[in-house]
Design a protein around this ligand. Structure first.
Ligand code: ATP
Length: 306
């Protein structure tokens, strides 16, 4: 019993980890042959998302019955547009993203991609459609080449290197002791936060999804790294439907629509300028971040000299 229980328990933990962090590891499910908690319906079809239109239609959701999480969430992201989700911690932003992956089934409303209800399509095809650049990229204890290839397991070495080039990490990799064969992760070479993000970007480039999800890191990287990452990200996101869970409002001023989420409800929506003019919650958040940035600048002797 113990022998059986061990690995099952391991996969269970692993599954929950994926659910929580929506690590973009669809292929890992197939490789490990993990049983999914959410089942495909008997006659599920493959999702053919050519456009990348995302619709949340009066979505209601709870993890446990005592605590409703999302209350009638409705929004549309047109193909190629960018939607940003903002709001304080625990507001429900990550939940919205997890639901798009169908890590959980909803209790009310409908989620559609290109007009197709996502509960009626195969999960494999659904997750192929969506690429993720998570807050914290998980690296496996294997070589960097394989780590990037998780984006699309049948990619050849040239494709992996091209993706690494586009994500601006190729030059760094060839400096590693064994280049692309260098083992990374917990028991190998440790990569910095910015480098790990580039691995995630490279994976997403390999995957060429119709929809991209960006979960912005809460802790800021240094300004230069941040700028470089933004550049690589804009390559991944151009012409793709993009949903950003944003923590720094400066990165979303060009978003086509910003949703302010509070206690599972959308309390404000619009473009950056519109929301500033509305002088509501978003405008408050913006002022707070400006103030914080100014304080930080004041605190820095180098900035003062400029
Ligand atoms: P953050 O900015 O901190 O990531 P968030 O806006 O993304 O926050 P969510 O992670 O979506 O917020 O969480 C929304 C609510 O759902 C929170 O109250 C959280 O405690 C709850 N929650 C999240 N995951 C679970 C879970 N697996 N089971 C039960 N409750 C959960």
């Amino acid at each position: 019993v113990i022998q059986l229980y061990g690995p099952l328990n391991f996969f269970g933990t692993y599954y929950r980890m994926i659910q929580q962090t929506y690590v973009d590891m669809e292929n890992m499910f197939d490789l490990l042959d993990v049983e999914r908690e959410i089942k495909d319906i008997p006659n599920a079809v493959d999702l053919e998302a050519k456009e990348g239109l995302v619709e949340f239609d009066h979505v209601c959701f709870h993890y446990t019955e005592e605590k409703p999480i999302l209350d009638n969430v409705t929004f549309t992201v047109k193909p190629g547009n960018t939607l940003a989700l903002v709001g304080h911690s625990g507001a429900g932003k990550s939940t919205i993203v997890r639901l798009l992956f169908r890590f959980y089934d909803i209790q009310g409303g409908c989620i559609r991609i290109d007009g197709k209800d996502i509960s009626e399509v195969t999960q494999t095809s659904l997750r192929k459609t969506i690429g993720v650049v998570p807050q914290d990229t998980v690296l496996f204890n294997t070589d960097i080449r394989t780590n990037i290839r998780f984006g699309r397991v049948d990619a050849d070495d040239i494709e992996v290197e091209n993706a690494a080039q586009a994500a601006d990490i190729h030059q760094r990799i060839i400096q590693f002791p064994d280049g692309y064969d260098t083992v990374v992760g917990e028991r190998g070479l440790k990569l910095s936060g910015g480098e790990k993000q580039r691995v995630a970007i490279a994976r997403t480039i390999l995957k060429t999804p119709q929809i991209v999800l960006l979960d912005e890191a809460t802790s800021a990287l240094d300004t230069q790294t941040e700028r470089n990452i933004q550049q690589s990200l804009s390559k991944v996101c151009s012409n793709r439907t993009t949903i950003i869970v944003a923590h720094r409002l400066s990165t979303i001023i060009h978003a086509d629509e910003i949703l302010v989420v509070d206690e599972g409800k959308i309390i404000e929506r619009g473009r950056h300028e519109e929301l500033l003019a509305a002088e509501g919650r978003y405008a408050d958040m913006w002022m707070q971040q400006l103030q914080k940035a100014e304080e930080e600048e004041d605190g820095s002797p180098i900035e003062k000299l400029k």
